[in-house]
Write a protein that binds this ligand. Structure first.
Ligand code: ADP
Ligand code: MG
Length: 402
């Protein structure tokens, strides 16, 4: 896959509309709001520094969460601008709109090499509709679009596909890193390739698993996902969380049935041989390790993979040259239920192969328990990551190909 990239484009002294991936939630800190997590801002610093060195006027566009087409005070981009300024050591200017005369005046008065943050584009209802008139207004006075909104690339919005219709567009460095790493998983993974799927729901991940099925050598399941497979195998899993029926797109899907089909079609799937159980998912009550061949009691829930499973999974990871992890191995936010996730995260960190992780909760867990700096690629794009791996076309990405 060939992308139009920043390095292959002359941007010097241009006014750049920088599509940032700053859809980051905020929390209250005294009287002001601050962002919850700066990973997506850190991920864009190299692109922004490059644009500053190229003496661009940098105008940042993003949406933040779901204000539903109206102004919501706590969803302004002000905390995002502050955090970016802090990380770059410069003042990031801020304007309280994303189109119109105030924006034009702020862009005009910007010096080359300076940064201006626009207001949350989702304050306008036109954004979600990919309204073309609105997209045109977003592009007024801009020379080029540098696109780092990979986590938004699966959406056709005015601030994604819309702006790319009206401006020449190139991928920023962060966007390029995501596409290159994820593309390697699809196109040319070094074998053996191990896919580790956990977390709460099967439905989020099933399309990606299916698309990678022929390329992977092993699929290790953990967390709530494992429960579905264990049930499909006929094990007694007590009161464990199981996403058994999913209603979507007008169809019902029985995930246990589906897991049966997968297990019938391939022998690549490994399920836990033992699990840690508790009578509560919120705190450790009556915790013990149970072998699946013995089964859980009716009031017990699987909350983590057990020690034997951890050892089996670690051995597979050790001999793998590519590993992708999405979803934690248990309810890792609760102390006492986090060992599986911790040990699998460490096994990834110790691997000399290519390691990729994705998913908000997974990244949180690896940050908390592992060494995230030893992971080859941390995909910050959530749903877009999974759609990419599922082989779906991401509309904004399509427009950034050569
Ligand atoms: P990600 O955000 O990394 O994509 P998910 O959102 O799919 O991951 O899943 C994370 C959630 O899965 C966590 O809140 C965790 O508590 C939950 N989970 C993991 N294992 C279990 C389990 N055995 N039973 C219930 N919930 C689980
Ligand atoms: Mg999650």
């Amino acid at each position: 896959m060939q992308l139009k990239t920043l390095k292959n484009t002359n941007v010097s002294n241009k006014t750049v509309l920088y599509r940032a991936p700053y859809d980051i939630g905020v929390k209250k800190d005294g009287n002001e709001y601050i962002i919850k997590d700066n990973s997506r801002i850190v991920a864009t610093l190299d692109t922004l520094k490059y644009l500053m060195d190229q003496k661009c006027k940098i105008v940042i566009l993003t949406y933040v969460k779901r204000p539903d087409g109206k102004v919501v005070e706590e969803l302004r981009t002000t905390p995002h601008a502050k955090e970016l300024g802090k990380l770059l050591g410069v003042t990031v200017k801020k304007v309280d709109d994303c189109i119109g005369t105030n924006v034009q005046a702020a862009v005009d008065s910007l010096n080359y090499g300076e940064i201006l943050m626009l207001e949350n584009v989702r304050f306008y209802p036109e954004e979600n509709e990919d309204n073309d008139e609105f997209a045109k207004k977003l592009c007024e006075g801009m020379d080029i679009c540098v696109f780092d909104g990979f986590p938004q690339a699966h959406r056709a919005n005015s601030s994604t596909t819309g702006i790319l219709r009206h401006l020449p567009g190139v991928a920023g460095f962060y966007f390029q890193r995501e596409v290159e790493a994820l593309n390697e998983l699809i196109e040319s993974p070094k074998k053996p390739f191990t896919l580790i799927i956990g977390g709460a729901k099967v439905s989020d991940k099933v399309d990606a698993v299916n698309n990678l099925m022929d390329k992977v050598d092993n699929i290790l399941v953990g967390g709530g996902t494992a429960n579905v497979f264990l049930k499909a195998k006929g094990y007694e899993i007590g009161n464990s969380f199981v996403e058994d029926v999913f209603v979507g797109d007008g169809e019902k899907k029985d995930w246990v049935q589906y897991a049966k089909e997968i297990l019938g079609n391939t022998n690549k799937v490994h399920v836990p041989e033992d699990v840690v159980v508790s009578m509560s998912i919120e705190e450790p009550i009556g915790v013990r390790t149970v072998e699946l061949k013995e089964g859980l009691n009716q009031n017990e829930m699987a909350v983590d993979i057990g020690p034997k499973t951890i050892q089996t999974y670690k051995k597979i990871i050790q001999v793998s040259n590519t590993v992708f992890l999405n979803g934690n191995m248990g309810v890792s936010e609760v102390e006492g239920f986090s060992d599986g996730t911790k040990q699998i995260a460490n096994a990834l960190a110790d691997s000399s192969g290519m390691t990729v992780i994705g998913g908000g909760d997974t990244i949180e867990a690896v940050k908390a328990y592992g060494d995230i700096n030893k992971i080859s690629h941390v995909s910050l794009a959530g749903g877009a990551t999974l759609e990419f791996l599922a082989g779906k076309k991401l509309p904004a990405l399509e427009m950034l190909k050569t």
